[in-house]
Design a protein. Sequence first.
Length: 389
Amino acid sequence: MAVTVAIVTANAYYIHPIIGEVARSFGVSDAQIGIVPALNQMALAIGILLLLPLGDRYSNRAMCIAFVTAQCLFMFAMALAPGIIGFTLASTALGFVTIAPYLIPAFASKRVDPQRLGQVTALLTAGVIFGILVARVGAGIVAEHFGWRAVYWSASALMVAVTALLPITLRTGGDAPARKTLQVPYFELIVSVFTLARSHRDMMVSAIIQAFNFASFTATWLALALHLTSEPMGYGVDSVGYLAGIAAISIFSTPRLGRWADKVGPRRARVIAAIVQTFGIALMYPLGWNIWAVCVPMVLVNIVGPSIDVAGRMTFLSLEPAIRTRLTTSYIVIMFLGGALGSILGTAIYDLGGWAATCAMLMAISLSVLSLSLWAQRKWDARVDAAPL
């Protein structure tokens, strides 16, 4: 299941190191090509909102098989796209049906002992991080030697294998617990997502913080790919892919920082992580003119960035189980809307003002994350102090 999550998640991130190559191939500007990942992220957010709640009504296994099959078809469409419009439409449709990474953990949670739930969830989360890592490193290397279309042909082959094996991967054993179906009309189910979000402001604050955080994440990698492959810098897309290997540190640091957040509290852990991230972003401009020097801020950002997300989820995943899925839906939708904004800003700001303007924008976003995290911490401390003994 973790391998499946990795391969399915990777589809949205192949374009990050090769975005400049794709833009040149289709004859569009850096600002215009940013629409492709932006629409993918927006479609993913809409798909999660409209499709993920159905996991409370229908078989997670059947839904995963159906939507992964659809992803496979849209990957082929991206590889075959003759122009930017077809490529963009296929990428957008791909984003809309990419809900398997969020259905598979739900499927797994119903089939493991409660004592192993944390272990299984961590493994599936590592699959997400690994998928992003492989997508960035692999796409840069493959595109440098075989062209960017080879990236999507290779990804399509992986998706065919995953689709064929998925009925076996998501096998239902006789020891699986009985599944209770939520008998709620579809419209009411979707409306309840908004109702719960409105009544749980802590989740909304965490979601907004993560939206800024994810915007910074996507903008950084897209702008960095354009910056390093520009004429003044002269690096190839394979170098961008190698640099993306820095994300591997997240696989090892995130579980440890998660345990640390358990000890100090998620809100305080988020503030500390935001401070470290802001320091890393501040180093982007002075160190961003050499691929070895830029490794320093990228390591810092990749260590603490995912922990901001983990801490944010911890603030509402301790609530009653009956509402966690719908709260998670709101959180993820808002997060990916932030990712879409980052995709637009990362390429557009770089196209307008180069690396200096990009770094100024990243600092503004990082300071927003830090300010909101500090505000949420103070609000929580005030609430705790006011609580009756």
